[in-house]
Write a protein that binds this ligand. Sequence first.
Ligand code: 1GP
Length: 248
Amino acid sequence: MMKKEINNSIRNSKLLGKKQFALLVDPDKLDDAGIKNILVNAQKAKVDFFFVGGSLLTNDNLDNCISMLKGGSDIPVVLFPGNVLQVNAKADAILFLSLISGRNAEMLIGRHVISAPMIRATDMEVIPTGYLLVESGKPTAVSYMSNTTPIPNDKNDIAICTAMAGEMLGHKLIYMDAGSGAKEPITVEMIAAVRKNISIPLIIGGGIHTPEKAMENCKAGADVIVVGNSIEKNPGLINSISEAIHSI
Ligand code: 1GP
C-alpha cells in the first residue's frame, strides 16, 4: 500500500461493507523471534493493519519492532501511541488520538501540542481519531495511565453523544476501546447505538477473545476490529478471528 492511504482504505472498506482486522502488537512483549512469528502468522491470516503501541513501553523495542514489521511484510504499520515517546517516523500512519471520553486536558490536547512538531517532521499519515474508553469491569492500563474515567458500559447515550461530538470536531475515526485485557468487551448494544449516530468508521477493541465476538461486533456496526491479548496468549486464534471478520 502506498503511503497516506490508510484512512482512505478504512473509509472505502466501510463504504463497501468490508470489515477489517487490526492486530495489536505490543513491542514490550516481543523479542525478535516473536516478531518474526507474528509476521508469518499475520500474512497468512491476511491481517489488514498492525497497530503498534502500548500504555507503557519499558524495554525500548519500539523502533526495532516497527523496522522488522515494515521490513517483513506489506501490512501497514499504524502507531497506536500511549504517549509522545511512541512517535516513530518509520510507521506508515499514526492514530492522533484525543481521549474524548475523558476530561484530562493533557489527553485531549496537551500531548498533541508537544508531539505536533515531531510528527510534522515525518511523512507519516496523521489520522485524527476520537478515542473513547469504555468501562470494562476492572481498571485497565489505559484508564490508570490516562487518569480518566471510562464511560459506564451501560450508558449508551453517553457513548453516542461523545462519538457524535468527536465526529463534529472533525475526527476521521472513532475508536471505542474497553482497554487491553478488558474483563468485559464493549456490548453489541453500545456498538450498534453509536454506529447509528455517526457516519465515520468505527474501530472496536478490548477484550475480544473469540471469532464469534469479533463477528457479532462487525454485524453491530464495527468497521475495524482490534485484537491483541487473546492472540498473544493463543496465536492460533489469529486465523479464525480474521476469517470471521473478513467473512462479513
Ligand atoms: C487495546 O483495543 C486494544 O487498546 C486491544 O485489546 O489486547 O484486549 O485485545 P486486547
